[in-house]
Design a protein around this ligand. Structure first.
Ligand code: M1P
Length: 250
């Protein structure tokens, strides 16, 4: 197989790493040494580049991926060098942005949870990330919130309220991780990165993600006809599916 005729794009959390955890060096080596011999390799994550960088092990490794699409591709890197950036402020305008943030802050102030920490609204380049429990919670608290949310649907109800109360704001919402959800303009989901690949790449695009179900932040790209989608359960499953696909190992 020719490396230039295929690209494998990977979600990060839950697909090549445990949620918000550093990548296992053996998985990284598999992607950058073994897989890269037969396919171009890229990442597409809802997270911003500083979080991806931290998880992948720094620029030394980030630059070995053919593409890294942070914030769904709103901040795009090729061989470690940023080549495209899209800004949510320019797109929405200050007035809409403020009415959205004010509504969110009001809603956040009324939610009762077993515990709350800080950093509830993270403003990124191309999206806003909202965490009802707060992004400054510890790892143990992350896991506890995720369990609590599975029972009480805190994030789902928040998203339902945003859709009902701000129907014309032009934003959509996707749950990609354990404690938060991402908010971005319609069309700025993970499919956004495909426009750059279409410009420069002519081959098959494989996508691997764990949140491929409806409402998950991998769903839209997973079902996109330009892509061959693969649903995985964790990094081990990702490697096993790659072995099967590219190296005839079961
Ligand atoms: O990559 C998936 C998600 O990872 C983080 O989610 P959480 O902190 O809720 O586990 C965030 O960076 C989020 O934006 C991203 O989609």
């Amino acid at each position: 197989m020719n490396r230039c005729s295929t690209i494998c794009l990977f979600d990060v959390d839950g697909t090549i790493t445990d949620p918000r955890q550093p990548i296992n060096p053996s998985v990284r080596s598999y992607l950058l040494n073994d897989l890269k011999k037969v396919s171009s390799v890229g990442l597409v994550s809802g997270s911003d580049i500083s979080k991806i960088n931290e998880q992948i092990g720094g620029l030394e490794f980030i630059s070995q991926f053919d593409y890294v699409f942070a914030e769904n591709g709103l901040v795009a890197f090729k061989n470690g060098v940023e080549f495209k950036k899209k800004n949510i402020i320019n797109y929405l305008g200050e007035e809409k942005l403020q009415s959205f943030i004010n509504f969110v802050l009001g809603y956040l102030s009324k939610i009762e949870l077993p515990f709350k920490r800080g950093n509830f609204v993270e403003f990124r380049t191309g999206m806003i990330n909202i965490s009802p429990v707060g992004r400054s919670c510890s790892n143990t608290e992350r896991v506890e919130f995720e369990k609590y949310d599975k029972v009480h649907n805190i994030r789902k109800k928040f998203i339902e309220t945003l859709n009902n109360e701000l129907p014309d704001i032009g934003l959509i919402y996707a749950i990609g991780g354990q404690i938060s959800f991402d908010c971005f303009p319609v069309g700025w989901d993970k499919r956004f990165c495909l426009r750059y690949l279409e410009e420069e790449f002519n081959g098959k695009i494989h996508f691997f993600g764990d949140k491929t179900y409806v409402g998950g932040n991998d769903h839209d790209i997973f079902i996109d006809p330009r892509v061959i989608g693969h649903s995985v359960t964790d990094p081990k499953d990702t490697i096993s599916q790659l072995n099967n696909l590219f190296f005839n190992k079961i």
